[in-house]
Ligand binder design. Structure first.
Ligand code: HEM
Length: 138
């Protein structure tokens, strides 16, 4: 399911689920000339990285093909599931669950939006009043 995986990554990139990750410094550190003292909690805001024009060509375009045939997933800026030793342990399970849902939803059902619900894009993609769809089987 290589293409389904690419669709999941592209959707998560554009409609970021987790905006950032938390870390705590274990010793004084210097970052770009700034001193971050030991014991400080840092919120690493990863959301904007997903829209970086230097990292993703035409970043606001939904383009699942960008994930195929290159190693975007192994880049250090790929932080949809966090990074390092605390990277999400449920990553592959989550992808498997979403893939299963998409497979059955797309192959067995049709759907249409009803009600013209509003979508908010910031601080994250949400439908404040819900996203109402009418589902029917093929
Ligand atoms: C699309 C689905 C998911 C996304 C986008 C996601 C995203 C994330 C992110 C960004 C983190 C923070 C990682 C870090 O601090 O570097 C995280 C942590 C975590 N996730 Fe997920 N996650 C998903 C699904 C799941 C599932 C299905 C499970 C378990 C069944 C799970 C369990 C956890 C746990 C236990 C942590 C804490 C890990 C730690 O602090 O060591 N996640 N996840």
């Amino acid at each position: 399911m290589r293409f389904t995986r690419a669709v999941i990554f592209e959707t998560s990139r554009l409609a970021t689920i987790v905006n950032g990750v938390l870390r705590k410094t274990t010793h004084d550190m210097e970052l770009n000339g700034y001193l971050i003292p030991e014991g400080w909690r840092i919120y690493v805001y990863t959301r904007e990285i997903n829209y970086g024009p230097f990292l993703y060509h035409d970043p606001l375009k939904f383009n699942p093909w960008r994930w195929l045939g290159n190693s975007l997933e192994s880049q250090s800026h790929f932080l949809i599931f966090g990074g390092g030793t605390r990277q999400c342990p449920g990553k592959e399970l989550g992808i498997a669950e979403i893939s299963t849902f998409i497979h059955y939803f797309v192959t067995r059902y049709r759907w249409e939006e009803v009600g013209g619900d509003k979508l908010m894009k910031f601080p994250r993609v949400v439908a404040p009043n819900g996203l109402h769809i009418r589902v029917s089987s093929y």
